[in-house]
Design a protein around this ligand. Structure first.
Ligand code: NAD
Length: 351
């Protein structure tokens, strides 16, 4: 622990919904060196019920009041996407370290301002891109650095659901979310792919998006939604061209007529070997036969826990990797470029 890090760390949570409940509060409750002191939600009764459930002493409806009165060291931002910018800025200005849910923000300009303020304030700003914390992802990143794959020139990332439009929250509302599956689930595989590849410089982005099912159907694996108020894409297919000549394909959907209920995985194809991510499996070809070089039996199911743990340990001064504000900004630029490309029907040059 760094000499200047308070202990226990005082934590406040903004947005008392399901990810705050299942991930953030559950993780903080597991640590004896962290105290949850406050929770805020735009619906006060939601904050109060959350506080009661997690034995948090105070519940608030106003972020500024909460920050002034409870003086937290750490803030978890778990509000809908549209409010990440405002809540992160308020928390950083109040001198807090921030764990902000993905996506970083609604636009690259906002993510840029967030990263600049974090740097100026000397505070940690991490994003909850938890798939990069899976042992599978860590293994592949290590093998990329070891040169196991040679040059990786094709990567295929998929974050697909057959009929998995979220039936809760505001995930189908473009003005509150910024988009559909790309900004909600595709962004996770985009971050994991970029992380394994070492965030290569991007030359050009091209994408096509569709709204064919979400505005007609109304029920799926995550419950019911209102097709009349469905304002986001239900599928998007994008290509990122890197300055090093490599290609990354990203296919993502809330609803698409595929065979599987859900696919969240990435394939990396290099000169010497290839890999799939979940579970990590590295292979090559010997005279037409698949040869396994390295394999994990099952995908790591503790990745969300590891993401939270990395953040707290980083705040405590340990040199552990986080999904930082610089990389969050890059990911936000890619998401924006894909949406812009799909809207304008042309490729977007990024360098
Ligand atoms: N890392 C992940 O895998 C993961 C998983 C789920 C959600 N998320 C992200 O977490 C965020 C929340 O998602 P969720 O599934 O918990 O949604 P949710 O709808 O369950 O919760 C959102 C909460 O925020 C509250 N809220 C709405 N407007 C607010 C405002 N202006 N100020 C404060 N609170 C406000 C709502 O009342 C609700 O309680 C989203 O940004 C989402 O992308 C990330």
């Amino acid at each position: 622990m760094s000499a200047t890090t308070p202990s226990p760390l005082r934590v406040a949570i903004i947005g008392a919904g399901q990810v705050a409940d299942k991930v953030h509060a559950s993780y903080y409750a597991s640590r004896s060196d962290v105290n949850m002191v406050a929770v805020m939600d735009s619906r006060l009764e939601q904050a109060q019920a959350f506080a009661a459930r997690h034995a948090i002493p105070t519940a608030w409806q106003d972020t500024r009041e909460m920050l002034e009165n409870t003086q937290p060291d750490i803030v978890s931002v778990c509000s809908p996407n549209r409010f990440h910018f405002e809540h992160t800025l308020l928390a950083l200005e109040a001198g807090c370290h921030v764990m902000c849910e993905k996506p970083p923000a609604m636009t690259p300009q906002q993510a840029d301002e967030m990263r600049r303020l974090a740097r100026k304030a000397g505070k940690v700003l991490a994003y909850d891109f938890h798939h990069r914390f899976a042992l599978d992802t860590q293994l592949l990143r290590q093998e990329v650095m070891n040169g196991t794959f040679g040059e990786i020139y094709f990567t295929s990332a998929q974050a697909l659901r057959r009929c998995g439009v979220p039936g809760w929250g505001v995930f189908t509302n473009k003005s509150l979310q910024g988009g559909g599956p790309l900004i909600d689930i595709g962004i996770h595989m985009l971050d994991a792919a970029m992380y394994v590849l070492g965030f290569p410089a991007v030359k050009r982005v091209t994408a096509h998006s569709y709204q064919k099912l979400g505005n007609h159907k109304n029920y799926g694996q995550f419950g019911e939604w209102d097709p009349a108020r469905y304002t986001v894409e239900d599928a998007l297919f994008g290509t990122v061209e890197f300055c090093n000549g490599g290609l990354l394909r990203l296919d993502t959907s809330f609803a698409l007529n595929i065979r599987e209920q859900s696919v969240m995985n990435i394939s990396f194809c290099g000169e010497k070997a290839g890999a799939t991510l979940f579970p990590a499996h590295i292979y090559n070809d010997v005279r037409g036969e698949l040869q396994t070089l390295l394999q994990r039996e099952a995908a790591d199911d503790q990745r969300h826990f590891r993401s939270m743990e990395a953040f707290v340990r980083h705040v405590q001064g340990e040199p552990v990797m986080i999904a930082d504000a610089e990389q969050g900004w890059v990911i936000q630029q890619l998401v924006a470029a894909m949406y812009e490309s799909a809207e304008k029907g042309k490729s977007i040059e990024l360098c």
